[in-house]
Design a protein around this ligand. Structure first.
Ligand code: PSZ
Length: 492
């Protein structure tokens, strides 16, 4: 487990300490790079055309007949992509620090995955998809143990698998509602009134309960998860929502060391708001959901102490504490689960996952298992193919010691980035690093310029650049990124 203090503090002192000599060592001293995880990936970006190039544009134009492609950056050639590099339809090789919206853990065409495809058990699972609630294959229990229980947070002895991050959160919410309703009902059976009223979406069968989430949160785009989401209006507009409360997420000021008083104050205010909502909200709060780092909402971090107190408030009121690790899970922050860095006295009640794990779902304690079967249920209930992939990912992380790699390369980036004076509010944990540009136009221009120079980086919030490299991103890649951003900033 990583110490809570591992969250890097960017101080002015450190900025002053940074000398031009260190920058020079970044650009010239490549002899002490650790051995590459992918000896056959490109050694640097190679650009043949603008991005998107003519091939990308032609395919996109064809696809636009049937699908909205306005969000497409460029069309990929996954067959040619390798390791940390994504190759596009025009043959451009870009260092990929966006990684399918933070969802590629161990590189494109990782040999472990290519090997897995040859495995007869994998082929059987691919050719014969199981409805896992009806006919799990005889090896499904092995997958559950190898992929999920191996990395289950302490005390969370159950796992429910689904198809995506939003599905994971929606089913976690249902679990919380069933738990709270069962607690209220005691030993009694469902009443006739409950059984009939729920068929018309009325109380008492469809009770008034809520999920408490935070301002700027992102938990998905389905009805319950979208209600809990508050990152951008465009995600929510026109969609009916539940009447669920939001507490303000503390928006800290940087550098942390110079803003301790303010940051303690905003965290305290947020915690007070949480407790007040739990005590006073008209729709009783069944659970609170929080991201370890608010990602879509602008890469907002809070202190480990904040999260410990959040859990304590939830515990005091028996509100379930759900940690959404859909984006932060599986190593990018330097620990397998980001919440490990908080040193909680006990695990959260529910931890949801997807993205880099390839498999989606959530961990829970057996006391939260619903009273009857079929209440947490659907056709596929996950996918054995993805579970096998998840097990291979854990093997890669362990055998290549990728968490240590993330910590080291994250620390290096966090040390180097303060030399760029126009990058504001530097913040990070592991390689989950972000900084702000002066405004959204400058941010968008920087992202575009970097892409033309062969480094694929994404944004979030209004004016934030967020780094989401793979766990296989090494010092050699960090230097390419640093040199490229240095060049791109000169264009601003
Ligand atoms: O615009 C979008 O729909 C995006 S861009 C990034 C995401 C979604 N992230 C998905 C996500 C997440 O980051 C967190 C913390 N929780 C839940 C989700 C939803 O996961 P999916 O997209 O798999 O439903």
């Amino acid at each position: 487990m990583l110490r809570a203090s591992s969250q890097r503090v960017f101080t002015t002192q450190r900025i002053v300490q940074r000398s031009l000599a260190t920058v020079a060592s970044r650009t010239t001293n490549t002899s002490n790079y650790p051995a590459p995880f992918f000896p056959d990936e490109p050694t640097q970006p190679s650009m043949k055309t603008a991005v998107p190039g003519p091939q990308s544009k032609a395919i996109q134009q064809r696809l636009t007949q049937y699908q909205d492609t306005r969000s497409v950056f460029f069309v990929a050639d996954f067959e040619k992509s390798k390791g940390n590099y994504i190759v596009d339809a025009d043959g451009n090789a870009l260092l990929d620090m966006f990684a399918q919206i933070a969802s590629i853990p161990v590189g494109y065409n990782n040999p472990a995955f290519l090997e897995l495809v040859k495995n007869p058990a994998f082929q059987t699972a691919l050719a014969n998809r199981a409805a896992l609630g009806v006919n799990p294959n005889k090896d499904w229990v092995d997958n559950v143990e190898n992929a999920f229980m191996r990395v289950a947070p302490k005390g969370l002895d159950q796992v429910f698998t689904v198809m995506c991050g939003s599905c994971a959160n929606e089913n976690a919410f249902k679990t919380a509602f069933m738990y709270q309703a069962a607690k209220k009902r005691g030993d009694k059976d469902f009443s006739l009134d409950e059984l009939t009223s729920c068929m018309n979406n009325q109380a008492p069968g469809s009770p008034d309960m809520s999920i408490l989430s935070f301002s700027q949160a992102f938990h998905g785009r389905l009805f319950g998860s979208l209600t809990a989401t508050a990152s951008k209006a465009i995600h929510k507009i026109d969609i009916p929502a539940f009447n669920w409360p939001k507490a303000p997420f503390p928006l800290r000021k940087y550098p942390l060391a110079e803003n301790e008083e303010y940051n303690t104050k905003v965290e305290k205010e947020s915690l007070q708001a949480v407790e007040e909502i739990i005590q006073k909200n008209k729709q009783p709060v069944a659970a609170l959901i929080v991201e370890p780092i608010q990602s879509e909402g602008g890469d907002n971090h809070a202190s480990p102490a904040f999260f410990r107190q959040l859990q304590a408030i939830c515990k005091k009121h028996d509100v379930l504490f759900i940690v959404d690790e859909v984006q932060t899970g599986v190593g990018g922050t330097g620990t397998f689960w980001a919440h490990e860095a908080w040193e909680l006295p006990e695990s959260p009640d529910i931890v949801t996952f997807s993205k880099k794990f390839q498999a989606a779902g959530f961990f829970l304690n057996h006391r939260l298992r619903p009273s009857q079967p079929y209440r947490l249920y659907n056709t596929w209930m996950g996918d054995p193919v993805r579970a096998m992939q998840a097990a291979a990912i854990i093997n890669e992380i362990e055998s290549k010691d990728l968490l240590t790699n993330v910590k080291q390369v994250g620390a290096y980036l966090q040390e180097q980035l303060p030399t760029f004076k126009s990058l504001e509010n530097l913040r990070g944990q592991g390689t989950f690093i972000a900084f702000d540009l002066a405004n959204s136009a400058k941010r968008d221009q920087l992202l575009m310029d970097m892409r033309q120079k062969g480094v694929n980086v994404g944004g979030c919030g209004d004016r934030t650049v967020r780094l989401r490299p793979m766990l296989t991103f090494q010092r050699r890649h960090a230097d390419i990124f640093l040199n490229t951003i240095e060049d791109a900033l000169k264009l601003q």
